[in-house]
Design a protein around this ligand. Sequence first.
Ligand code: ZN
Length: 544
Amino acid sequence: MSRSILALALLASVTFAPAQTPLQSVIDAAEKHITAELLGAHLGFLADDLLEGRGVGTRGDYLSRLYIKAVFEGLGLEAAGTDGKWEQEVPIIGINAQVSRKLTAKAKDGRSLSFTAPRDYTAFAGRVDNVTEWKNAELVFIGYGIDAPEQEWDDYKGVDLAGKVVLVMNNDPSDDPKLFAGKTRLYYGRWSYKYEEAARRGAIGVIVIHTTPSAGYPFQVIQTGQGQERFWLPFAKIEKTLAIRSWCSEDAARSLAALGGHDLDELRSKAETRAFRPVPLGVTVDVATTNTVRIIKSANVLGKIPGTDPGLRDEAVVVTAHFDHLGKGRPVGDDDVYNGALDNASGMSALLALAKACANLDAPPRRTILFAAVTAEESGLLGSLYYARNPTIPPKKIIANYNIDGINIWGPTKDIAMIGYGKNSLTDLAAAVAKRRGRVLVANPETDKGYFYRSDHFSFARIGVPSAYFKAGNDFHERGDVRRRIKLSYTGTRYHQPSDEYDARWNLEGGALDTRLLLECLLRTVADDDPPTWTPGDEFEKLR
Ligand SMILES: [Zn+2]
């Protein structure tokens, strides 16, 4: 064939074929690529002991990336990392902080108290320095530490926090159903928000008061983190950081307040109203940590299928799944490999299966689809956060994000759950798609746990991108009682344990079914004339 005839033939196939193929038949044809066998094949590799739990910066991290690249390349995806490579390098800082001067508190009259870590409090370095400290810093109680203009709520009232340490309550006011989405936890209710907001206002430290109801877990969960390495992205020079981030037990908070002549319960009840004003406690606090710092290199693996519509192809939908897990750690029995089969070799497998379906479309997509295998989710969503700070596509052009973190390994269900149900128009789309498929979209029931802020789609929401995150349903086609029990015990006993291991007997038909539903949502989002939008009044609407 001469070059010009070849060019003509190519042109014809690109220009005419897609227009004649209705979207639904394209979707139906593509979903045949998503099978339980394919999911199992990827899972078997990624969750193998040889990958040593895919810990950040380890050999398993490298092997995972190599595998993902190979799959992307084999499917004919286009490399979409930095400088035409498959990878976007992600630099990560590991800080191990040891308390070197224990927490003490002094009142104006000279009385003092001293506390023991991790019995009474924890202290983590918030900066990359050899020593981080509070030196006789003033302690201010700031209630929930929330500034939410859309709720007409401001706990700060312009207080000067420069060089000070704040004592703050976890969660958000939840008594009034009209405020802060009632019992549903918004980002304002997460401890990470408290740290960020106080740092922005110049505070050098935050002590979050632990209570089991407000945290959702006992103080012991926080205590076990003391002395363990923490991971961060490199701080920008202008970024305001806390010298030390801390939690304390409710008893310790009571003592701190009492030392300054205050009653903790009284302080907390004042914090339940809009009229609350910060209370200087008349106490200074002092603590230091000595830190060991190392630099780790990892990367996100990025592959894309370019869109073909001249008016829309510079817009993209990003599909994310994290490939990292916890690596090797404290042995349980004789097993020290934290395989993370469900979390998140399974989600990574689903992403690779989606990529296969999208690479084999009968008609190419109108908008671009970017597949992002992200690193260091377990270290604080760092891979996706790095991408969000260094996007390869302008955030305004990223019209949606679909994130996969764990799939259904228990068998097909009629329902499929969505975390962040109703937050944006992707809910309506997914509900319609589910209905067409004889299924039903439900809200994930545990809205108080803040799951929307705990996986990679959150990094996209924070730059304004409407994002969706599905979870396995509970309405099983067969043997519902048994399967619900197995599912519950898996999350209860194997989550973040060496026993989260792949078993070839897993029933991945449910995962395949859910991934096909996700494919349909993805391809409709890519093809729709109107980009998704946040629900009016949603906490992320203003970021779009
Ligand atoms: Zn995960």
